[in-house]
Ligand binder design. Structure first.
Ligand code: AHR
Length: 501
C-alpha cells in the first residue's frame, strides 16, 4: 500500500553549512582493518599503491573522504608512536590493545608515515587520536613536533625528514584520549578534564595555532558526563574554551544478527539509530549552559551498528568483522540526515570503521574487495558536503516503541550550493512505498537532474566476495515540477541531485 508523506521546504531557514567533516571515517589497528584489509604491503601480489590495496584506494577516493581518525579507538591507549617510524623491517612487534581478544601481534608496518600517505592518496585530513592513558604529555608533544615542525628546525622534525617526509604533515586534528570513562583509564569526568588539560597545555606550548584539540566526551547517552566535564572545564579555565570539539561515541546495538533479523528487529535497529537525534540534542543542551556561543562543537568520532561478529568473509578471524545489509545502509542514511540537520552543533563525525569491522564500508581479504551497502550511502550523500543546509520538515507516519521517541518513517535532508540542490530521502517502512510530496512555496526545488536509488527486495541481502554487486544503487534522470512528488520504495534510500539553472 502506498503511504503519503510530505516534505515542507523553507529556503530561508538554514542551520548553516554542512561541514564535509560530518562525513569522516575511522580506521583503527584492530582485527583486519589494516592488515590484509586496507594494507597488503609493498611486496604483496595484490595490486597496491605504496602498500595500500589499490582497489580500495581507487574506491575510497570516490567518496572524497574529508578526514580519517587513527590509530584507535582503544588501540590508541597502549600505542607508542615511535614504534611506527623508521625502516619497516626494524619496527617492533607488540601485543597491542586488542591482543587479549585475538592474539594478533601488531607489526607496526603501518605507522605515522604510512597513515599520512593513506590520507594523501585519498585526499583526507589526518585526525590523530593520541594516547592519554599510558604515555606522557611530552611523548604526545614530541609526536606533534615530529609531524608538524619544518625540517631543519628541531632534531625531531629532521628525523621525520630523514624518514622520508621533508614536508611537515600538518596534522590539525588531535584527539587527546579515547573513552576515558572506560578502557581509557576508568576516569571520572573531572579527572578526564584534568588529564586533558595537562596534556593539551603541554602540547599547546609548541605554539602551533592551527591545532584543533578534541576532548574525550561521553559514552552514548551519558549526559551527566558531559555536564560534569563542562563544569570542571569552567572550574579550571573560567570562560576559556578547553577544546575545539567534545567527542562522543554512540553505537546502536544489534537486534537479531547482521543478516538474520525479523521485521520487528528491522525497526528495533532503526529506533536505536534514531536515538542519535536525542544524543545530539541532549549533549548540546548539557554544554549550552557553559558554552552558550557554541565555541566548541560535538565530535561524534565513533558511530555505527555494533552487531555480532564473525559474519564477515574472514569467518571470525577478523575481530568484530560483520556483514552489512540494507538495514545498516538505512542506519547510515538516517544518521547522515540527522548530522546534516544538526550541522550547527556537530562539527565532525567518523563512522566506525572503514574496513572488515563494525559498520564497515569495505570488506577485503586476499585478492578481494567488496563495497558494502554503507559505502553506497556515503557515495549517494556526498553532494551535501560543504553545501548550505535547508530546513525541511517531514510529515509522515510515525512508529512507537517503549523507551524511544516516536520514529518518523521518512528521514530527509536537503542542501544547496550555487550549482545544485541535493535531497536525500530514506523510507524506513520496510513494506510500503512512500509518495513524498514536496511542499515548496518558493518553487525552488524544480528542474532536472539525477535520482539514485539504493534498495533490495531482500532486506538481508549483502555484498560478499563472491557477489560484490548484489546491493548496488541504480540511477535515472529526474525532472521535478513545482509541487512534485517523489516515490521512495520500501526500505529504500534515494538521493536526488538537481542542477540549478
Ligand atoms: O570501534 C571499536 C571500539 O569501540 C573502539 O576501539 C573503542 O573506542 C570503542 O569502544
Amino acid at each position: 500500500m502506498h503511504k503519503q508523506a510530505e516534505l515542507i521546504l523553507n529556503w530561508k531557514k538554514s542551520k548553516g553549512t554542512i561541514s564535509p567533516m560530518l562525513y569522516g571515517h575511522f580506521a583503527e589497528h584492530i582485527g583486519g582493518v589494516f592488515y590484509d584489509g586496507i594494507w597488503v604491503g609493498e611486496d604483496s601480489p595484490v595490486e597496491n599503491i605504496h602498500g595500500f590495496r589499490k582497489a580500495f584506494i581507487e574506491s575510497f577516493r570516490k567518496l572524497h573522504p574529508p578526514v580519517l581518525r587513527w590509530p584507535g579507538g582503544c588501540f590508541a591507549e597502549t600505542y607508542d608512536w615511535r614504534d611506527g617510524i623508521g625502516p619497516r623491517e626494524k619496527r617492533p612487534r607488540r601485543a597491542g590493545w586488542w591482543y587479549y581478544e585475538d592474539r594478533r601481534v601488531e607489526t607496526n608496518q603501518v605507522g605515522t608515515h604510512e597513515f599520512m600517505e593513506l590520507c594523501r592518496l585519498v585526499g583526507a585530513k589526518p585526525y590523530i587520536a593520541a594516547n592519554m592513558t599510558t604515555t606522557t604529555p611530552l611523548s604526545i608533544r614530541n609526536w606533534m613536533e615530529y609531524c608538524n615542525l619544518p625540517a631543519g628546525e628541531t632534531t625531531l622534525s629532521d628525523e621525520r625528514a630523514a624518514n622520508g617526509s621533508p614536508e611537515p604533515f600538518g596534522v590539525e586534528y588531535w584527539g587527546i584520549g579515547n573513552e576515558n570513562w572506560g578502557g581509557g583509564g576508568h576516569m571520572t569526568p573531572e579527572k578526564c578534564v584534568q588529564e586533558y588539560l595537562r596534556y593539551s597545555t603541554v602540547c599547546r606550548s609548541l605554539g602551533l595555532p592551527e591545532q584543533k584539540y578534541i576532548l574525550c566526551g561521553a559514552n552514548g547517552h551519558d549526559y551527566a558526563w558531559t555536564r560534569r566535564v563542562m563544569q570542571e572545564c569552567r572550574a579550571q579555565l573560567g570562560t576559556e574554551a578547553p577544546a575545539w570539539g567534545l567527542g562522543t561515541h554512540y553505537y546502536c546495538q544489534t537486534a537479531g544478527t547482521p543478516q538474520n533479523f525479523t521485521g520487528e528487529q528491522w525497526y528495533q535497529q532503526l529506533f536505536q539509530a534514531d536515538r542519535m537525534r536525542e544524543i545530539i540534542q541532549n549533549h548540546r543542551a548539557a554544554m549550552e549552559e557553559f558554552d552558550p556561543d557554541c565555541r566548541m562543537g560535538l565530535v561524534i568520532d565513533e558511530w555505527g551498528c555494533w552487531h555480532q561478529e564473525g559474519t564477515g568473509p574472514s569467518k571470525g578471524r577478523n575481530l568484530f568483522e560483520q556483514q552489512s545489509t540494507m538495514r545498516d545502509a538505512m542506519v547510515a542514511a538516517l544518521t547522515l540526515n540527522l548530522f546534516n540537520n544538526s550541522c550547527d552543533v556537530v562539527w565532525m563525525a567518523n563512522v566506525a570503521q572503514l574496513c572488515n569491522n563494525l559498520h564497515s564500508l569495505y570488506l577485503a581479504g586476499g585478492e578481494h574487495l567488496a563495497e558494502t551497502p554503507n559505502y553506497h550511502v556515503f557515495h549517494m550523500f556526498q553532494t551535501h558536503m560543504g553545501a548550505r543546509q535547508i530546513h525541511a520538515e517531514v510529515n509522515c507516519e510515525t512508529l512507537q516503541e517503549d523507551g524511544f521517541r516516536p520514529l518518523e518513517t521518512l528521514s530527509a535532508s536537503v542542501s544547496e550550493t550555487a550549482e545544485r540542490i541535493t535531497l536525500t530521502l530514506a523510507n524506513l517502512d520496510r513494506e510500503n512505498p512512500q509518495c513524498v510530496r514536496l511542499l515548496d512555496a518558493d518553487g525552488q526545488c524544480t528542474g532536472s537532474g539525477t535520482m539514485t536509488i539504493l534498495q533490495h527486495e531482500d532486506l538481508h541481502a549483502c555484498n560478499s566476495f563472491e557477489a560484490p554487486r548484489t546491493v548496488v544503487p541504480v540511477q535515472r534522470p529526474i525532472t521535478l515540477a513545482k509541487g512534485g512528488s517523489v516515490e521512495v520504495p520500501p526500505a529504500g534510500i534515494v538521493s536526488i541531485v538537481l542542477k540549478k539553472s
